[in-house]
Design a protein around this ligand. Structure first.
Ligand SMILES: C[S@@+](CC[C@H](N)C(=O)[O-])C[C@H]1O[C@@H](n2cnc3c(N)ncnc32)[C@H](O)[C@@H]1O
Length: 229
């Protein structure tokens, strides 16, 4: 029997209209659909394509803790074993990824465990990086500028050091790290030009000067765009 194939499908930032034709075709053809999900609640990746899921498809939710800490190795190992068993039985799997699969996505942890033994194909998706810039109609970088992508989860001094060196930066994973980021931007004189983009491309999208945002209102799916004047 031929083993199944693993597709890592990038589904874009949230708006179903930003799912590529290729991802949609492969999603519809796959007998098994897997996706990352929080310990409680819905998978964002699944929500993006919920209207196209077929009741006949088997679904595998891979539940990740949303707490800070080291990479959840045991969860990745168990997920890889579960997906391997599906492919050994001959079925293809569509692994749903919000945004792009290889841009800070959980798919990387699956890929590294399975790529040596199984056929894997990755379909790129519209990343939140470009979706946030588009939503705000803001350029990311031009000419010889460099762009830094910086997780807000870094310790405060490291965040400041990385931002101090950046021509332009997208700061991701805001949530509970927002107040720290705001302090750092103020310290570096970057607060006034900073933009806040929440849930880009969704009906609940929010775009505002970062300085006006209440830290208590900031979700995980929010990004800051900063450019040196
Ligand atoms: C783990 S990364 C995943 C990125 C995803 N793979 C991509 O290509 O966009 C999650 C972070 O991306 C950013 N993000 C993802 N979707 C977003 C959206 N629709 N609007 C704003 N930021 C978003 C947030 O900063 C969030 O904390």
């Amino acid at each position: 029997m031929t083993t199944g194939l693993l597709y890592g499908l990038g589904l874009g930032p949230g708006d179903p209209e930003l799912v590529t034709l290729k991802a949609l075709r492969l999603l519809r053809a796959a007998p098994v659909v897997a996706y990352p999900a929080p310990e409680d609640g819905d998978s964002f990746a699944r929500q993006i394509v919920a209207e196209w899921l077929d009741r006949g498809q088997r679904e595998i939710a891979i539940r990740f803790p949303m707490r800070p800490g080291p990479p959840p190795v045991a969860i990745y190992d168990a997920a890889a074993a579960q997906l391997a068993a599906v492919m050994d039985a001959g079925d293809d799997i569509a692994y749903l990824c919000q945004g792009d699969p290889l841009f800070y996505g959980s798919f990387a942890g699956i890929l590294t465990r399975l790529a040596a033994r199984y056929r894997v194909a990755v379909v790129p998706g519209v990343s939140s990086l470009t979706a946030c810039a588009a939503a705000a109609s803001e350029q990311l970088v031009q000419r010889d500028e460099t762009l830094s992508v910086i997780p807000a989860s870094l310790p405060e001094d490291e965040l400041a050091a990385r931002l101090a060196q950046a021509d332009a930066a997208a700061i991701i994973k805001l949530g509970r790290h927002f107040a720290k980021l705001r302090r750092v931007l103020a310290r570096l004189g970057l607060l006034d030009g900073a933009l806040y983009v929440e849930r880009a491309s969704l009906p609940s999208q929010r775009i505002a000067p970062l300085a006006t945002i209440d830290p208590a209102s900031v979700p995980y799916f929010a990004t800051a765009l900063v450019r040196r004047a």
